[in-house]
Design a protein around this ligand. Structure first.
Ligand code: GLU
Length: 417
């Protein structure tokens, strides 16, 4: 299914151009920052369980290398297309710069519906896709990781395929692997842990207590589940949860582990006994202190933004709000934590994983948590300082910071040849 009405990449490019109002960089630098470096489109033939051969379309976009090897996840979704992957690769470039880790940005994906494929079919798809993009990726050039509908096992298959091609194990080829293959402790919950750190910093800044904070989370995948669970454990009240099929609501707060058990046994959130079933758009109209969109881009859009009543929106997903929705949220005075800051914890721990793999020396979980928190707090403060100094919203401030860092590397390196 090709992408909706608006080009996601154009929206990201517009955000970058807008940030330049506060930077005044030369046009050639902004042109470079709004142009992907390399895009690979591959055909991925897969033998399905019934013996048919199906062809899937796969992508890997290496957006920028100015600050280091390209870095970014691989997603499996029916909506995957070149525009989306390019936009996400551009956002990875900014995200790595905002949290100041030495990577450029990349993204990959395969247009497929993993929810209707068997595990064996997904393994064959992954291995062939990894083989096709092996001409571009490598531990020194471009390091994939999990994203929507991809997990540790899929990363293990990528690592195995690449290692078999080389003839020796290459753990640093992907991050988000199982710990037994050189994965990092704390990686699975890293995006959510980082997101919660930025929410807690926001609460301090806005003087809002955490105890009893009402939270709504859209999306109950890795990011949404762990964010809800960590906030619940810290004393917040998660009153609403949504997945792609529907939403549940309980003003007294939901028991996240019980909800997760229900979803694992029934396949959906709806029908959870200690809550009321709602549509996702109905849930969005219910007042909360903090809204966490943690599914796909564009989930907050012109159609549903009008009903939103929240004080803070923390983006677990990459660009869950369209530019139009963003404008309305700004008018409503919502404090926005943009994805390039709020969900950067995943790639930060990916960076730790890559460093550990290259050194063959592994850290304990408390070292990882402490370093993650310190990077997230520093990035939050730097973005907030720009936002206060320039009197701009946090998305513009984060983009200003990211663009400034990438542009600096571009200009110091100069043009080859
Ligand atoms: N897919 C995650 C993201 O969008 C993580 C990427 C990575 O660790 O490379 O940030």
């Amino acid at each position: 299914m090709p992408c909706p009405e608006v080009s996601f990449f154009k929206e990201v490019a517009t955000t970058i151009e807008h940030a330049n109002k506060y930077l005044n960089l030369p046009k050639s630098v902004i042109d470079r920052l709004t142009t992907p470096r390399r895009s690979l489109i591959v055909s991925v033939p897969v033998k399905m369980d019934d013996g048919r051969i199906e062809f899937f379309k796969g992508y890997r976009v290496q957006y920028d290398f100015a600050r280091g090897p390209a870095k970014g996840g691989i997603r499996y979704h029916p909506r995957v297309n070149l525009d989306e992957i390019t936009a996400l690769a551009a956002l990875m470039t900014l995200k790595c710069a905002v949290v100041d880790i030495p990577f450029g940005g990349a993204k990959g994906g395969v247009e497929c519906d993993p929810t209707v494929m068997s595990r064996d079919e997904i393994e064959r798809l992954t291995r062939r896709y990894a083989y096709e993009i092996a001409i571009l990726i490598g531990p020194e050039t471009d390091i994939p990781a999990p994203d929507v509908y991809t997990d540790e096992q899929i990363m293990a298959w990528v690592m195995d395929t690449y290692s078999m091609m080389k003839g020796y194990p290459v753990p640093g080829i992907v991050t988000g692997k199982p710990v037994s293959l050189g994965g990092s402790l704390g990686r699975t919950k890293a995006t959510s842990a980082g997101l919660v750190t930025t929410v807690l910093e926001t609460l301090k800044h806005l003087n809002i207590p955490l105890e009893g904070l009402t939270v709504t989370v859209l999306g109950f995948g890795k990011v949404g589940y762990h964010a809800a669970r960590i906030l619940h454990d810290k004393g917040a009240r998660v009153i609403g949860l949504a997945d792609s099929k529907g939403a549940i609501y309980n003003p007294q707060g939901l028991d996240i582990d019980a909800v997760s058990l229900h979803k694992n046994t029934t396949g959906a959130l709806s029908g959870f006994k200690e809550s009321e079933d709602l549509s996702v758009n109905e849930l969005l109209t219910i007042e909360c202190d903090c809204l966490i969109p943690a599914a796909l881009e564009g989930q907050i859009n012109a159609k549903n933004v009008g009903g939103i009543k929240t004080r803070i929106m923390a983006e677990g997903a990459n660009n869950p709000a369209t530019l139009e929705a963003d404008r309305v949220l700004k008018e409503k005075g919502v404090f926005l934590l943009p994805g390039v800051l709020a969900n950067a914890g995943g790639v930060v721990v990916s960076y730790f994983e890559w460093v550990q793999d290259l050194q063959r020396f592994f850290w304990n979980e408390s070292e990882i948590d402490t370093r993650l928190q310190s990077i997230m707090k520093k990035a939050f403060k730097e973005v907030l300082d720009i936002s206060l100094e320039k009197q701009v919203d946090m998305r513009t401030a984060a983009t200003v910071l990211g663009v400034k860092r990438v542009a600096e590397a571009v200009m110091i390196r100069g043009l080859y040849p």
